[in-house]
Design a protein around this ligand. Structure first.
Ligand code: LEU
Length: 378
Protein backbone atom coordinates (compact mmCIF):
# COMPACT_ATOMS: atom_id res chain seq x y z
CA UNK A 1 0.00 0.00 0.00
CA UNK A 2 2.92 2.36 0.60
CA UNK A 3 4.03 2.05 -3.02
CA UNK A 4 0.46 2.64 -4.16
CA UNK A 5 0.59 6.18 -2.78
CA UNK A 6 2.85 7.12 -5.67
CA UNK A 7 1.02 5.12 -8.32
CA UNK A 8 -1.94 5.97 -10.50
CA UNK A 9 -5.17 6.87 -8.78
CA UNK A 10 -7.00 4.25 -10.81
CA UNK A 11 -5.68 1.33 -8.73
CA UNK A 12 -6.72 2.77 -5.38
CA UNK A 13 -9.74 2.41 -3.21
CA UNK A 14 -11.28 5.43 -1.54
CA UNK A 15 -10.10 5.77 2.05
CA UNK A 16 -12.38 6.73 4.89
CA UNK A 17 -12.89 9.25 6.41
CA UNK A 18 -13.25 10.84 2.97
CA UNK A 19 -10.40 13.29 2.34
CA UNK A 20 -11.21 16.65 0.75
CA UNK A 21 -8.28 18.99 0.02
CA UNK A 22 -8.23 22.62 1.07
CA UNK A 23 -5.51 24.52 -0.77
CA UNK A 24 -5.82 28.17 0.25
CA UNK A 25 -3.40 30.85 1.45
CA UNK A 26 -2.42 30.16 5.04
CA UNK A 27 0.70 32.34 4.76
CA UNK A 28 1.76 35.46 2.77
CA UNK A 29 -0.28 38.64 2.30
CA UNK A 30 -2.97 36.56 0.65
CA UNK A 31 -3.63 34.88 4.02
CA UNK A 32 -5.66 38.01 4.79
CA UNK A 33 -8.29 36.19 2.70
CA UNK A 34 -7.13 32.62 3.34
CA UNK A 35 -7.69 32.85 7.10
CA UNK A 36 -11.37 33.46 6.48
CA UNK A 37 -11.50 30.57 4.03
CA UNK A 38 -9.97 28.20 6.58
CA UNK A 39 -12.50 29.38 9.18
CA UNK A 40 -15.40 28.65 6.79
CA UNK A 41 -14.04 25.25 5.76
CA UNK A 42 -13.48 24.18 9.40
CA UNK A 43 -17.04 24.99 10.30
CA UNK A 44 -18.31 23.04 7.28
CA UNK A 45 -16.34 19.96 8.34
CA UNK A 46 -17.65 20.24 11.89
CA UNK A 47 -21.31 20.62 10.89
CA UNK A 48 -21.24 18.01 8.13
CA UNK A 49 -19.71 15.42 10.44
CA UNK A 50 -22.07 16.34 13.29
CA UNK A 51 -24.89 15.47 10.92
CA UNK A 52 -23.52 12.05 10.04
CA UNK A 53 -21.02 12.98 7.32
CA UNK A 54 -21.63 11.11 4.06
CA UNK A 55 -24.17 8.42 4.95
CA UNK A 56 -22.34 7.71 8.19
CA UNK A 57 -18.79 8.18 6.85
CA UNK A 58 -17.09 11.34 8.14
CA UNK A 59 -15.21 13.75 5.90
CA UNK A 60 -11.67 14.87 6.71
CA UNK A 61 -10.31 18.17 5.38
CA UNK A 62 -6.65 18.06 4.42
CA UNK A 63 -4.99 21.49 4.40
CA UNK A 64 -2.05 22.38 2.15
CA UNK A 65 -0.86 25.98 2.27
CA UNK A 66 -1.19 27.47 -1.23
CA UNK A 67 0.28 30.80 0.01
CA UNK A 68 0.06 33.73 -2.43
CA UNK A 69 2.04 32.62 -5.48
CA UNK A 70 1.62 30.19 -8.35
CA UNK A 71 4.31 27.68 -7.34
CA UNK A 72 2.97 27.23 -3.83
CA UNK A 73 -0.48 26.57 -5.25
CA UNK A 74 0.91 24.03 -7.74
CA UNK A 75 2.81 22.22 -4.95
CA UNK A 76 -0.23 22.22 -2.70
CA UNK A 77 -2.36 20.71 -5.48
CA UNK A 78 0.27 18.07 -6.30
CA UNK A 79 0.55 16.99 -2.67
CA UNK A 80 -3.19 16.75 -2.26
CA UNK A 81 -3.60 14.75 -5.45
CA UNK A 82 -0.76 12.24 -5.18
CA UNK A 83 0.14 12.02 -1.47
CA UNK A 84 -3.14 12.77 0.25
CA UNK A 85 -5.32 11.19 -2.43
CA UNK A 86 -8.19 13.57 -1.87
CA UNK A 87 -11.45 13.18 -3.77
CA UNK A 88 -11.51 16.87 -4.69
CA UNK A 89 -9.96 20.25 -3.90
CA UNK A 90 -11.35 23.55 -2.66
CA UNK A 91 -8.84 26.21 -3.76
CA UNK A 92 -6.72 28.11 -4.53
CA UNK A 93 -7.36 31.61 -3.18
CA UNK A 94 -6.35 33.75 -6.17
CA UNK A 95 -7.36 33.46 -9.81
CA UNK A 96 -3.72 34.21 -10.60
CA UNK A 97 -2.89 30.92 -8.85
CA UNK A 98 -5.88 29.04 -10.30
CA UNK A 99 -4.69 29.63 -13.87
CA UNK A 100 -1.42 27.90 -12.89
CA UNK A 101 -2.62 25.13 -10.53
CA UNK A 102 -6.04 24.12 -11.91
CA UNK A 103 -4.55 22.56 -15.08
CA UNK A 104 -2.70 20.09 -12.81
CA UNK A 105 -6.00 18.95 -11.31
CA UNK A 106 -7.59 18.87 -14.74
CA UNK A 107 -4.87 16.53 -16.05
CA UNK A 108 -5.21 14.30 -12.97
CA UNK A 109 -9.03 14.41 -13.23
CA UNK A 110 -9.69 15.79 -9.78
CA UNK A 111 -12.70 18.06 -9.29
CA UNK A 112 -11.80 21.57 -8.13
CA UNK A 113 -14.16 24.12 -6.63
CA UNK A 114 -12.70 27.63 -6.71
CA UNK A 115 -13.77 29.26 -3.45
CA UNK A 116 -12.87 32.86 -4.36
CA UNK A 117 -11.57 32.88 -7.94
CA UNK A 118 -13.60 35.54 -9.69
CA UNK A 119 -11.63 36.33 -12.87
CA UNK A 120 -13.24 35.62 -16.21
CA UNK A 121 -12.32 32.22 -17.64
CA UNK A 122 -11.83 30.10 -14.50
CA UNK A 123 -14.42 27.35 -15.19
CA UNK A 124 -13.19 27.23 -18.78
CA UNK A 125 -9.75 26.02 -17.58
CA UNK A 126 -11.14 22.49 -17.79
CA UNK A 127 -13.95 20.00 -17.32
CA UNK A 128 -13.03 19.36 -13.69
CA UNK A 129 -12.92 23.05 -12.73
CA UNK A 130 -15.96 24.81 -11.26
CA UNK A 131 -16.34 27.65 -8.78
CA UNK A 132 -18.63 28.78 -5.97
CA UNK A 133 -17.41 32.40 -6.31
CA UNK A 134 -19.55 34.56 -8.58
CA UNK A 135 -17.46 36.09 -11.37
CA UNK A 136 -16.48 39.75 -11.73
CA UNK A 137 -18.97 40.10 -14.58
CA UNK A 138 -21.96 39.70 -12.30
CA UNK A 139 -20.65 41.17 -9.08
CA UNK A 140 -18.44 44.18 -9.89
CA UNK A 141 -21.14 46.46 -11.35
CA UNK A 142 -23.27 46.39 -8.18
CA UNK A 143 -21.02 48.56 -6.01
CA UNK A 144 -20.52 51.09 -8.79
CA UNK A 145 -24.27 51.49 -9.22
CA UNK A 146 -24.62 51.95 -5.47
CA UNK A 147 -22.04 54.75 -5.56
CA UNK A 148 -24.14 56.52 -8.21
CA UNK A 149 -27.20 56.19 -6.03
CA UNK A 150 -25.40 57.79 -3.10
CA UNK A 151 -23.96 60.55 -5.28
CA UNK A 152 -25.85 61.01 -8.57
CA UNK A 153 -23.55 63.92 -9.52
CA UNK A 154 -20.58 61.62 -10.13
CA UNK A 155 -19.19 62.19 -13.64
CA UNK A 156 -15.46 61.53 -13.67
CA UNK A 157 -14.20 58.19 -12.45
CA UNK A 158 -10.58 57.30 -11.76
CA UNK A 159 -9.74 53.64 -12.15
CA UNK A 160 -6.83 51.95 -10.38
CA UNK A 161 -5.74 48.34 -10.65
CA UNK A 162 -2.98 45.84 -9.85
CA UNK A 163 -1.56 44.89 -13.21
CA UNK A 164 0.31 41.77 -12.00
CA UNK A 165 -2.84 40.06 -10.75
CA UNK A 166 -5.15 38.20 -13.15
CA UNK A 167 -8.30 38.84 -11.15
CA UNK A 168 -7.60 42.58 -10.75
CA UNK A 169 -7.00 42.90 -14.50
CA UNK A 170 -10.23 41.03 -15.21
CA UNK A 171 -12.23 43.05 -12.69
CA UNK A 172 -11.00 46.45 -13.87
CA UNK A 173 -12.14 45.57 -17.39
CA UNK A 174 -15.68 45.03 -16.10
CA UNK A 175 -15.53 48.20 -13.97
CA UNK A 176 -14.38 50.25 -16.96
CA UNK A 177 -17.11 48.83 -19.21
CA UNK A 178 -19.73 49.59 -16.55
CA UNK A 179 -18.45 53.15 -16.06
CA UNK A 180 -18.83 53.81 -19.79
CA UNK A 181 -22.19 52.05 -19.97
CA UNK A 182 -23.43 54.36 -17.19
CA UNK A 183 -22.47 57.38 -19.32
CA UNK A 184 -19.57 58.37 -17.06
CA UNK A 185 -16.05 59.34 -18.04
CA UNK A 186 -12.98 57.27 -17.23
CA UNK A 187 -10.85 60.22 -16.09
CA UNK A 188 -7.62 58.24 -15.67
CA UNK A 189 -6.43 54.63 -15.41
CA UNK A 190 -3.60 54.01 -12.94
CA UNK A 191 -1.65 50.76 -12.65
CA UNK A 192 0.28 49.32 -9.71
CA UNK A 193 1.67 46.00 -8.43
CA UNK A 194 0.24 43.93 -5.58
CA UNK A 195 3.71 44.16 -3.96
CA UNK A 196 3.84 48.01 -4.09
CA UNK A 197 3.62 50.05 -0.91
CA UNK A 198 4.05 53.59 -2.24
CA UNK A 199 1.28 54.84 -4.51
CA UNK A 200 2.16 58.56 -4.55
CA UNK A 201 2.52 58.68 -8.35
CA UNK A 202 -0.84 57.02 -9.00
CA UNK A 203 -2.69 58.99 -6.32
CA UNK A 204 -1.27 62.27 -7.64
CA UNK A 205 -2.51 61.39 -11.12
CA UNK A 206 -5.97 60.61 -9.71
CA UNK A 207 -6.09 64.01 -7.97
CA UNK A 208 -4.93 65.79 -11.13
CA UNK A 209 -7.67 64.04 -13.11
CA UNK A 210 -10.28 65.67 -10.83
CA UNK A 211 -12.11 62.40 -10.27
CA UNK A 212 -15.27 62.37 -8.20
CA UNK A 213 -15.19 58.58 -7.77
CA UNK A 214 -12.25 56.17 -7.48
CA UNK A 215 -12.71 52.50 -8.36
CA UNK A 216 -9.94 50.12 -7.30
CA UNK A 217 -9.15 46.52 -8.26
CA UNK A 218 -6.34 45.20 -6.08
CA UNK A 219 -5.73 42.84 -3.16
CA UNK A 220 -6.11 43.72 0.53
CA UNK A 221 -2.60 44.80 1.55
CA UNK A 222 -1.86 46.99 -1.49
CA UNK A 223 -5.49 48.07 -1.76
CA UNK A 224 -5.62 49.22 1.86
CA UNK A 225 -2.52 51.33 1.34
CA UNK A 226 -3.96 52.88 -1.82
CA UNK A 227 -7.03 53.99 0.16
CA UNK A 228 -4.88 55.38 2.95
CA UNK A 229 -2.70 57.35 0.56
CA UNK A 230 -5.70 58.68 -1.38
CA UNK A 231 -7.08 60.15 1.85
CA UNK A 232 -3.68 61.37 3.06
CA UNK A 233 -3.32 63.33 -0.15
CA UNK A 234 -6.82 64.75 0.41
CA UNK A 235 -9.04 62.82 -1.98
CA UNK A 236 -12.55 63.46 -0.62
CA UNK A 237 -14.93 61.54 -2.90
CA UNK A 238 -16.40 58.03 -2.73
CA UNK A 239 -14.24 54.94 -3.22
CA UNK A 240 -15.44 51.62 -4.64
CA UNK A 241 -13.24 48.61 -3.90
CA UNK A 242 -13.49 45.32 -5.78
CA UNK A 243 -13.50 41.78 -4.46
CA UNK A 244 -10.00 42.15 -2.99
CA UNK A 245 -11.41 44.64 -0.45
CA UNK A 246 -13.97 42.23 0.90
CA UNK A 247 -12.40 41.45 4.26
CA UNK A 248 -12.24 43.12 7.65
CA UNK A 249 -8.52 42.22 7.55
CA UNK A 250 -8.27 45.33 5.39
CA UNK A 251 -9.16 47.55 8.35
CA UNK A 252 -5.79 47.47 10.14
CA UNK A 253 -4.23 48.60 6.83
CA UNK A 254 -6.37 51.64 5.90
CA UNK A 255 -7.70 52.15 9.46
CA UNK A 256 -10.06 55.13 9.77
CA UNK A 257 -9.56 55.86 6.07
CA UNK A 258 -11.45 52.66 5.20
CA UNK A 259 -14.61 54.47 6.32
CA UNK A 260 -17.20 54.85 3.55
CA UNK A 261 -15.64 52.30 1.18
CA UNK A 262 -18.22 50.49 -0.96
CA UNK A 263 -17.73 46.78 -1.74
CA UNK A 264 -20.08 44.39 -3.57
CA UNK A 265 -20.80 41.13 -1.77
CA UNK A 266 -21.65 37.64 -2.98
CA UNK A 267 -22.84 36.82 0.52
CA UNK A 268 -24.78 38.46 3.32
CA UNK A 269 -25.37 37.22 6.87
CA UNK A 270 -28.79 38.84 6.46
CA UNK A 271 -29.80 36.50 3.62
CA UNK A 272 -32.88 34.87 5.03
CA UNK A 273 -32.72 31.22 3.99
CA UNK A 274 -32.90 28.69 6.82
CA UNK A 275 -29.56 27.22 5.71
CA UNK A 276 -27.88 30.60 6.01
CA UNK A 277 -29.42 31.42 9.34
CA UNK A 278 -28.14 28.15 10.84
CA UNK A 279 -24.71 28.88 9.32
CA UNK A 280 -24.66 32.41 10.79
CA UNK A 281 -25.65 31.13 14.23
CA UNK A 282 -22.98 28.41 14.23
CA UNK A 283 -20.32 30.76 12.84
CA UNK A 284 -21.03 33.33 15.53
CA UNK A 285 -20.95 30.67 18.24
CA UNK A 286 -17.56 29.42 17.05
CA UNK A 287 -15.81 32.66 16.06
CA UNK A 288 -17.72 35.41 17.92
CA UNK A 289 -18.33 37.41 14.75
CA UNK A 290 -20.45 37.46 11.61
CA UNK A 291 -19.32 35.25 8.75
CA UNK A 292 -17.53 37.16 5.97
CA UNK A 293 -18.00 36.40 2.27
CA UNK A 294 -14.81 34.36 1.86
CA UNK A 295 -15.72 32.14 4.81
CA UNK A 296 -19.22 31.59 3.46
CA UNK A 297 -17.88 30.71 0.00
CA UNK A 298 -15.32 28.23 1.39
CA UNK A 299 -18.08 26.69 3.48
CA UNK A 300 -20.23 26.40 0.36
CA UNK A 301 -17.35 24.70 -1.49
CA UNK A 302 -17.01 21.98 1.15
CA UNK A 303 -20.78 21.63 1.34
CA UNK A 304 -21.14 21.13 -2.41
CA UNK A 305 -18.57 18.33 -2.28
CA UNK A 306 -20.36 16.69 0.65
CA UNK A 307 -23.83 17.02 -0.88
CA UNK A 308 -22.64 15.55 -4.19
CA UNK A 309 -20.78 12.72 -2.42
CA UNK A 310 -23.94 11.86 -0.49
CA UNK A 311 -25.87 11.31 -3.73
CA UNK A 312 -23.13 9.00 -5.02
CA UNK A 313 -22.85 7.14 -1.71
CA UNK A 314 -26.53 6.28 -1.83
CA UNK A 315 -25.95 4.37 -5.08
CA UNK A 316 -22.74 2.66 -3.99
CA UNK A 317 -20.90 3.13 -0.70
CA UNK A 318 -17.91 5.44 -1.09
CA UNK A 319 -15.44 2.92 0.39
CA UNK A 320 -16.23 0.53 -2.47
CA UNK A 321 -15.28 3.01 -5.18
CA UNK A 322 -12.04 3.12 -7.07
CA UNK A 323 -10.59 6.58 -6.29
CA UNK A 324 -10.18 7.63 -9.93
CA UNK A 325 -13.71 6.56 -10.81
CA UNK A 326 -15.12 8.35 -7.78
CA UNK A 327 -13.38 11.61 -8.71
CA UNK A 328 -14.93 11.46 -12.17
CA UNK A 329 -18.37 10.58 -10.84
CA UNK A 330 -18.09 13.34 -8.23
CA UNK A 331 -17.29 15.89 -10.91
CA UNK A 332 -20.38 14.83 -12.86
CA UNK A 333 -22.57 14.93 -9.79
CA UNK A 334 -21.35 18.41 -8.76
CA UNK A 335 -22.51 19.80 -12.09
CA UNK A 336 -25.83 17.92 -11.94
CA UNK A 337 -26.91 18.97 -8.46
CA UNK A 338 -28.69 21.86 -6.78
CA UNK A 339 -27.39 23.10 -3.43
CA UNK A 340 -28.95 25.03 -0.56
CA UNK A 341 -25.95 26.88 0.79
CA UNK A 342 -25.40 30.00 2.90
CA UNK A 343 -24.94 31.81 -0.45
CA UNK A 344 -28.50 30.86 -1.34
CA UNK A 345 -29.53 28.21 -3.84
CA UNK A 346 -26.66 27.28 -6.16
CA UNK A 347 -26.31 25.34 -9.37
CA UNK A 348 -23.59 25.13 -11.98
CA UNK A 349 -23.81 25.43 -15.73
CA UNK A 350 -22.22 22.71 -17.83
CA UNK A 351 -18.85 24.48 -17.80
CA UNK A 352 -18.81 24.72 -14.01
CA UNK A 353 -19.78 28.39 -13.79
CA UNK A 354 -21.81 29.21 -10.71
CA UNK A 355 -25.43 30.17 -11.00
CA UNK A 356 -26.26 32.27 -7.95
CA UNK A 357 -29.21 34.58 -7.48
CA UNK A 358 -28.57 37.19 -4.81
CA UNK A 359 -25.90 39.86 -4.52
CA UNK A 360 -25.40 42.66 -2.04
CA UNK A 361 -23.39 45.82 -1.44
CA UNK A 362 -21.86 46.88 1.85
CA UNK A 363 -20.28 50.11 3.05
CA UNK A 364 -17.47 50.17 5.59
CA UNK A 365 -18.21 51.88 8.87
CA UNK A 366 -15.16 52.33 11.11
CA UNK A 367 -15.79 52.56 14.85
CA UNK A 368 -12.24 53.48 15.78
CA UNK A 369 -8.80 53.24 14.17
CA UNK A 370 -8.78 49.46 13.75
CA UNK A 371 -12.31 48.18 14.26
CA UNK A 372 -15.20 48.52 11.92
CA UNK A 373 -17.78 46.57 9.98
CA UNK A 374 -19.39 46.10 6.61
CA UNK A 375 -22.85 47.63 6.78
CA UNK A 376 -25.20 46.18 4.17
CA UNK A 377 -26.79 48.90 2.05
CA UNK A 378 -28.34 46.66 -0.61
N1 LEU B 1 -11.35 37.27 -6.25
C1 LEU B 1 -9.91 37.22 -6.16
C2 LEU B 1 -9.35 36.41 -7.31
O1 LEU B 1 -10.07 35.87 -8.08
C3 LEU B 1 -9.43 36.61 -4.87
C4 LEU B 1 -9.98 37.20 -3.61
C5 LEU B 1 -9.52 36.43 -2.42
C6 LEU B 1 -9.68 38.65 -3.46
O2 LEU B 1 -8.16 36.34 -7.44
Amino acid sequence: MIGAALGAASAQKVETPVAIGIAVAQTSNVALFGQEQVAGAKLAEKLINARGGIGGTPIRLVYQDAAGDENSAINAFQNLITKERVVGIVGPTLSQQAFAADPIAERARIPVLGPSNTAKGIPQIGNYIARVSAPVTVIAPAALKQALKIDPKIKRVAVMYAQNDAFSVSETGIFQDTIKAQGLTVATVQKSQTTDTDFTTQVTAVLNAKADLVVISALAADGGNIIKQLRQLSYKGLIVGGNGFNTTNLFPVCQKDCDGLLVAQAYSPLQSSATNQVFVKEYRALYKKDPPQFAAQAYAGVQVFADALRVIDRKKKLAQWDLGDLRTELNKQILAGKYNTPLGELRFDKEGEINQKEFFVAQVKMKDAKNGSFVFVK
